[in-house]
Design a binder for this molecule. Structure first.
Ligand SMILES: [Zn+2]
Length: 75
């Protein structure tokens, strides 16, 4: 389960910030707003709606897990 956008951890220690992206809710099929991280040193190859990745990388000393494909919060 993802955090609400206004509850996402601060990315300032990494020099980044949050954007919002639209994704499909897997259970209900409607569009939902999700947080997508933007970090200066990392590029992600996919948009959330097309992302095939199912694993992530931890940031902020294990506080935040970002998808390896599209950088959404999957903590
Ligand atoms: Zn992804």
């Amino acid at each position: 389960m993802s955090y609400a956008i206004d509850q996402l951890p601060d990315l300032a220690p990494l020099g980044g910030h949050w954007a919002t992206a639209t994704s499909r809710d897997a259970a209900f099929g409607h569009a939902v707003e999700i947080g997508q991280a933007l970090l200066p040193s990392v590029e992600w190859p996919y948009q959330p709606s097309q992302c095939p990745a199912h694993r992530g990388t931890w940031y902020l000393d294990g506080e935040l897990l970002l998808c390896d494909g599209c950088s959404i919060d999957i903590t």
